[in-house]
Write a protein that binds this ligand. Structure first.
Ligand code: HEM
Length: 408
């Protein structure tokens, strides 16, 4: 059974019917991995589609490792693995726990909330201009820039350097989409892995400089806090700091960039719910969770089996890739009543959009803050209507929306 690997499938829309069929008939299924674009064919992987199983895999790092083969479906170049494993995302406990204890304390509510006013004002200015024109392409004119600017503020990156951040995220995340990919070639003109550390030297150099600046002149931003962070006498090494910066730039940008138009699209598809939310903005906190459930910005994450395990009756061998589908777990009929209904008051709503277990998203509070400020402004506007077909990112990792024409 196939249909839930090819990034182009997701470019045409989340394959909900194929995922439902897998949940019902083959909840842990073998998927082949044919060549796509410049990427060669892979060995295949186990697709995990039910809520309970996705949670189990994410909460059992001893059996399903983030470090063995890192966390993307595509296998990294083996030569890059030791380097990638310095990123918290690609570590397993206990190393991951050690690092996490140092960085967690820097994401304080007070530090994050300090940016709420600026986030709101940015959203208000961009949305105000769009409404004044009567129509807009939401990602291009409003939501693509917003998370990047917010992240740059949080990190303490000067405004003049934001374009660099955008270039790096597009290089790393948009690589499956012909419109966003930057094909990187070696000296002989052969395509090389754009995520390879060798291709990211400019970004690591920048992170080093920024860290130096923050050591010399600390400010109330995340990078300053990270260079100073210390738990039980332990600090981040220079390499860990650079890797963490890299991770934040990627993890903190395209995810929110997906969540904002994804949430708007869900409201456009459900005009009654949208109207109700405009009339009663007090529903916003639970509405945000429901928008994240129906449109999880991250579609999948990969683990690698460390030993022989049996999952839902399937025998998984050591070294096998195991891919959890957050988007499928969030729509599992066994867990969510009427999962395809947008219920802005859904309670409980324990979606897995921010993951689960030891790697639970560190930026979830900042992501929710940005959604809260953006949607507060969006709901103040007259009711928007679709003004053409949306376009989606060609990716089996990020649930991206690249075009969403709206009119007022
Ligand atoms: C709606 C937006 C976001 C979504 C849906 C999201 C989703 C996720 C998910 C699913 C994971 C778990 C990865 C795994 O299981 O291997 C994760 C981890 C992480 N996220 Fe987010 N994220 C979002 C926004 C952010 C933001 C804004 C930041 C930073 C400012 C951030 C920083 C991180 C970091 C550092 C990790 C790694 C944690 C670890 O490995 O221990 N995320 N995120």
């Amino acid at each position: 059974m196939n249909g839930v690997f090819d990034p182009r499938t997701f470019g045409a829309g989340v394959p909900h019917e194929a995922l439902r069929l897998l949940r019902d008939t083959a909840p842990v299924s073998w998927q082949s991995e044919p060549a796509v674009g410049v990427w060669p064919a892979g060995p295949g992987f186990w697709a995990v589609t039910r809520y309970d199983d996705v949670r189990h895999v994410l909460r059992t790092p001893g059996d399903f490792s983030s470090a063995l083969g890192a966390t993307q479906i595509r296998d990294p170049d083996p030569a890059d693995l030791p380097f990638l494993r310095r990123m918290i995302l690609n570590m397993d406990p206990p190393e991951q726990v050690r690092l996490r204890r140092i960085v967690t304390g820097t994401f304080t509510r007070r530090r994050l909330e300090r940016f709420a006013g600026v986030v709101r004002e940015r959203a208000a200015v961009l949305l105000g201009a769009a409404v004044a024109r009567g129509r807009c392409d939401l990602p291009r004119e409003v939501t693509d820039d917003l998370p990047l600017q917010n992240l740059a503020d949080l990190l303490g990156v000067p405004a003049g350097d934001r374009a660099l951040l955008l270039r790096w995220t597009n290089r790393v995340i948009g690589y499956q989409d012909p419109e966003h990919a930057q094909v990187v070639t070696d000296a002989e003109g052969r395509p090389v892995n754009p995520r390879s550390p060798a291709q990211l030297a400019d970004m690591f150099g920048y992170a080093e400089e920024l860290a130096e600046r923050k050591r010399a002149e600390p400010a109330d931003d995340l990078m300053s806090a990270l260079v100073q962070a210390e738990v039980d006498g332990q600090r981040l090494t220079d390499a860990e700091l650079k890797m963490f910066f890299f991770l934040l730039v990627i993890a903190g940008n395209d995810t929110v960039r997906s969540a904002l138009p994804g949430g708007v699209l869900a409201l456009l598809d459900n005009p009654d719910a949208y109207r109700r939310l405009r009339a009663d903005p007090a529903l916003l906190p639970s509405a945000i969770e429901e928008l994240l459930r129906v449109h999880p910005p991250v579609l999948t994450f990969r683990r690698t089996a460390t030993r022989h395990v049996v999952l839902r009756g399937q025998r998984i061998a050591p070294g096998d890739k195991v891919v959890v589908y957050h988007v499928s777990a969030n729509h599992d009929e066994r867990h969510f009543p009427h999962p395809f209904r947008l219920d802005l008051t859904r309670d409980p709503n324990d979606h897995v959009s921010f993951g689960q277990g030891p790697h639970l998203c560190l930026g979830a509070a900042f992501a929710r803050l940005q959604m809260r400020e953006f949607f507060t402004e969006f709901l103040r506007l007259p009711q928007a209507e679709p003004d053409g077909e949306p376009r989606r990112l060609v990716s089996n990792f990020i649930n991206g929306i690249t075009s969403l024409p709206l009119r007022w």
